[in-house]
Design a protein around this ligand. Structure first.
Ligand SMILES: Nc1nc2c(c(=O)[nH]1)N[C@H]1C(S)=C(S)[C@@H](COP(=O)(O)OP(=O)(O)OC[C@H]3O[C@@H](n4cnc5c(=O)[nH]c(N)nc54)[C@H](O)[C@@H]3O)O[C@H]1N2
Ligand SMILES: Nc1nc2c(c(=O)[nH]1)N[C@H]1C(S)=C(S)[C@@H](COP(=O)(O)OP(=O)(O)OC[C@H]3O[C@@H](n4cnc5c(=O)[nH]c(N)nc54)[C@H](O)[C@@H]3O)O[C@H]1N2
Ligand SMILES: [Mo]
Length: 690
């Protein structure tokens, strides 16, 4: 028995170091955290501690399959790889001939964060002239908001937070989504820092805070602006930093003083005036305030403005240059890789159209030229994409050819014409980078492919050859692609070489822990942190941080849809990737709706009973959890269950909309108005074990 080193591939900021014990037959029999990983230090979340359940799940796809039932029914027969590849290549070629390359849509996201397997399809789809997928489902809004403010979303080191005296976790449930990052924030708290949490409901993270600030969903800009009012009117500012490092303060000041008194901010956010004043003062007086921003408040139609307003706060107090202070949203861009060498945009003969992935429902039903072929990998759009009724109506189209390369029989494979079995990170090589720390790590397979599984890169190479594409890129191995990605001249990447990574341990990018990420200025047009953005003004968006009501914000509630629904990550799932893992299902127990006791009793809703939840898009069933964790008027469902595990068979994204965020055209998963009513049928529930 040997322990082998690997990396958690899932879409999570922690990118944990893993040790896997493999028996003589090559089977993974035990998993634990790698104590030598400098950031994750031997810890793993519950989901990954039990990863064997996912590797050897009864839902695991073992062989290529062809559909034999109706679309959506998930009935298949086993076929050979040759048959499967011939059919896919043949259908894609026919679609290109009859409808043009843009009639093919690749759909993929971050099922794995590995730089090779995550981006493996780009070369192929660029070369055949397919539509491009505009990858907006997660971080595009946050990315854009920070680009307008800082010039780049490359912010403070999470390890430096230990020397902060005020830590603000803003719109992030770290206990579920960033447990290792949270370790450093708790360390600061142990050393005397006050921990603040800003969220819309009392999460497990909020329960550990010294101060919990409960905002109405989608109103964070008003809270940040109310804090700015306190900072400016009480002169708790770093004037030197403002003068030297920021742009537009002379316009920000009257804007804030005139429009965002704590009273006004309170009326919008629902946060008491005294709390706003106390939070503003604490932030202004802290020696080293540190904001850890999640994605929660970006997933709204006004999410860009919300994020930008919060991102302006460190500029007022000079937080970036204070030891232990700072602001963290993403660390992703600290590692500099040559991703063009991986994705090869040069293989496109001319730029093709780009299809916004959160508008998948509309695209499948209305795009012109129509989408006739779709190839899905690293994603489960039937469960995760908004406006699910439209998405599944599109996937059910008889004239659509759908190939899905998957590890598991998900909601999406149910609609596939051909399903291909995919390797997991335990079975293929890759290079990992993180959006929550500054380490890179390479992993070799720890076990042989399960069943007949093949990696994404391998399948695209095989398909390319089947389609007669002779470019040598389609013979590149994982090692070739990793070497190409690493070919960058950048001070941050000094010492990060293929040979060094081959030793298997995590390697830190070349930066100290305590550094000002903007010591050399901000890569914005002004070279400064932009309180005022000319670029936004040119786009006819508010150039200063501004509260803009959301399309389905609380101001828009009416009698039929009177509650605000938020659908944040749950602790035992990772998006939908653990939707077939039995212990995860058992720990989550049932799909629930958190509803405030007064909202429940007004509707005659009792604890544990099924309720109907409906939005303008559709209706689903959830189990009521009557709790004052959430505020009156706000309901929360921790997501994303596979639809086939849901009572009634419809998933949470039946309720969410295809409205996009103001910046970055991103998903708005936490902004839906719904109605809730009792449901009279029995409230029995059990999970499908396979
Ligand atoms: N266990 C687990 N871990 C995960 C995931 C998972 O599904 N499960 N998902 C992974 C992925 S893909 C990502 S992108 C990250 C996301 O990780 P997070 O950034 O933590 O997740 P978000 O969906 O952005 O929601 C974070 C918090 O924002 C709150 N929120 C929603 N709307 C608002 C608002 O308007 N204002 C404020 N202040 N708070 C609001 C939600 O209630 C939630 O508690 O986590 C990753 N890690
Ligand atoms: N209601 C609601 N919806 C949401 C969110 C929310 O908070 N609320 N969060 C959104 C966010 S932040 C995100 S990032 C998206 C995520 O949406 P997705 O990117 O679709 O993520 P997952 O649901 O985890 O599904 C990833 C799939 O990829 C497969 N996979 C993993 N590795 C590989 C591989 O190497 N090869 C192949 N071929 N397949 C692989 C997994 O088995 C899994 O089924 O969901 C979004 N949807
Ligand atoms: Mo995400």
């Amino acid at each position: 028995m040997t322990w082998k080193r690997t990396v958690c591939p899932h879409d999570c900021p922690d990118a944990c170091g893993i040790l896997a014990r493999v028996d003589e037959g090559g089977k993974v029999v035990e998993i634990k955290g790698d104590p030598e990983h400098p950031f994750t230090r031997g810890g793993l979340c519950g989901k990954v501690n039990r990863y064997g359940e996912r590797l050897y799940s009864p839902y695991r796809v073992l062989h290529p399959m062809r559909r034999i039932g109706d679309k959506g029914a998930g009935r298949f027969e086993r076929i050979s790889w040759d048959e499967a590849l011939d059919e896919i290549a043949g259908r894609l070629q026919e679609i290109i001939r009859r409808h043009g390359g843009e009639s093919i849509l690749p759909y993929a996201y971050a099922g794995t964060m590995g730089r090779v397997q995550m981006m493996a399809g780009h070369r192929f789809f660029h070369r055949i002239g397919a539509s491009r997928l505009y990858r907006t489902i997660c971080s595009s809004c946050a990315g854009a908001a920070h680009d307008y403010t800082f010039g780049i979303n490359r912010t403070s080191d999470p390890e430096s937070v230990v020397e902060s005296d005020m830590v603000v976790v803003w719109g992030m449930n770290c206990v579920a989504t960033n447990i290792h990052g949270f370790h450093f924030m708790r360390e600061a708290q142990r050393r005397g820092a006050r921990l603040w949490v800003v969220d819309v409901y009392r999460t497990k993270t909020a329960a550990l805070a010294d101060e919990f600030v409960q905002v109405r969903p989608g109103t964070d800009a008003a809270l940040a602006l109310g804090m700015m009012h306190v900072l400016i009117s009480e002169d708790l500012l770093d004037h030197d930093y403002i003068a030297g490092r920021t742009h537009g303060f002379e316009r920000l000041k009257p804007h804030v003083l005139e429009h965002y008194s704590p009273e006004k901010a309170s009326a919008i956010t629902g946060v008491p005036v005294e709390s706003i004043i106390r939070m503003g003062r604490a932030y202004g007086k802290a020696r080293a305030p540190f904001i850890r921003s999640g994605y929660g408040y970006s997933r709204h139609t006004n999410g860009g403005m919300n994020m930008r307003a919060v991102a302006c706060l460190p500029g007022l107090v000079g937080a970036f240059r204070k030891r232990g202070g700072g602001y963290l949203q993403s660390t992703w861009e600290h590692a500099e890789l040559d991703m063009d060498a991986v994705t090869r945009p040069d293989l496109m003969s001319s730029p093709t159209r780009s299809v916004n992935m959160v508008l998948l429902g509309d695209a499948l039903l209305e795009a012109d030229p129509p989408i006739m072929g779709m190839y899905v990998y690293n994603s489960n759009p039937a469960a995760v994409a908004p406006d699910q009724k439209k998405v599944t109506r599109g996937l059910r189209r008889e004239d659509l050819f759908l190939a899905v390369h998957e590890q598991l029989f998900t909601d999406t494979t149910d609609y596939a014409d051909i399903v291909l079995p995919a390797t997991t990170s335990f079975e293929h090589p890759d290079l990992y980078q993180s959006y929550g720390h500054l380490y890179l790590q390479m992993a070799q397979p720890v076990t042989a492919p399960v069943g007949e599984a093949k990696s994404n890169l391998e399948v695209f190479n095989l398909l390319a050859r089947r389609m007669g594409l002779s470019e040598s890129v389609f013979t590149d191995s994982e090692e070739d692609v990793i070497r190409q990605a690493l070919r960058v001249e950048a001070p941050a990447m000094e010492g990060v070489t293929y040979e060094k990574l081959q030793e298997g341990k995590a390697i830190r990018v070349n930066r100290p822990v305590f550094f000002d990420p903007f010591a050399d200025g901000f890569p914005t047009p002004s070279g400064k942190l932009e309180f005022h953005s000319d670029q936004l003004e040119a786009r006819r968006l508010p150039p200063l941080p501004t509260y803009v009501p959301g399309v389905e914000g609380f101001e828009k509630a009416d009698a039929a849809y009177d509650l605000q629904l938020v659908t944040p990550p749950s602790q035992h799932f990772l998006n939908s990737s653990f939707g077939g893992s039995i212990t995860s299902l058992k720990l989550e127990e049932k799909p629930r709706l958190k509803i405030h006791p007064e909202d429940a009793s007004r509707r005659g809703i009792e604890e544990g009973r099924l309720v109907r939840v409906f939005s303008r898009r559709g209706e689903i069933l959830l189990f009521a959890e009557v709790t004052d964790q959430t505020a009156r008027g706000v309901v929360v469902s921790e997501s994303v269950w596979w639809s086939k595990q849901m009572p009634g068979g419809k998933g949470i994204n039946t309720l969410t909309s295809q409205y996009t965020s103001d910046l970055g055209d991103g998903g708005t998963f936490h902004e839906s108005l719904v109605g809730v009513a009792p449901y009279s049928e029995s409230s029995e529930f059990s999970v499908q074990e396979g």
